[in-house]
Ligand binder design. Structure first.
Ligand code: GSH
Length: 146
């Protein structure tokens, strides 16, 4: 991919600009269209949202990739379980990870909708995680993309 020096998708071409790295691309869109608020306004809550976005991108997705490609299966399986337990605990009793619906929740969706590809089962062992994930994918804007 010529436009991304990392040779990865997604990329976003906007006028003369090319944006890559999904977390940065998502924040770009959030800033560009402020009428759709997908990040908290409070700086501390913004940091918390970014911590969860980073958690998905640097922990959940790499473990999923290892599982998908049969790399370090034992270790990847253990890590995935830990990450899912962490999320299950965090989301217990809440509708969203940080305040209102935000990019923190959204960043989990591509993993959840592809979980079979990673041989990941999210069942009643993770009751809060399952409830949250199912509620995310039934949002009309999300359901339309699946
Ligand atoms: N950190 C990057 C990861 C992007 C990534 O790994 N993309 C995969 C597809 S989901 C890809 O382009 N793989 C092709 C390759 O590695 O050659 C992001 O969040 O945008």
């Amino acid at each position: 991919m010529r436009q991304n020096p990392y040779s990865k998708v997604p990329i976003l071409v906007d006028g003369d600009g090319v944006i890559y790295e999904s977390a940065i691309l998502n924040e770009y869109l959030e800033e560009k269209f402020p009428q759709v608020r997908l990040m908290p306004r409070d700086p501390l809550l913004r940091s918390k949202a970014r911590i969860w976005i980073d958690f998905m991108n640097t922990r959940v997705h790499p473990a999923a990739s290892d599982l998908q490609h049969d790399r370090n299966l034992d270790k990847a399986g253990k890590k995935m379980k830990q990450h899912l337990q962490t999320l299950d605990k965090e989301i217990a009793g809440k509708d969203y990870l940080v305040g209102e619906y935000s990019l923190a929740d959204i960043t989990f969706i591509p993993f959840y909708t592809r979980r079979e590809r990673y041989k990941v089962v999210i069942d009643d062992n993770y009751p809060s995680l399952k409830r949250w994930a199912e509620s995310l994918i039934t949002r009309p804007q999300v359901a339309a993309t699946i």
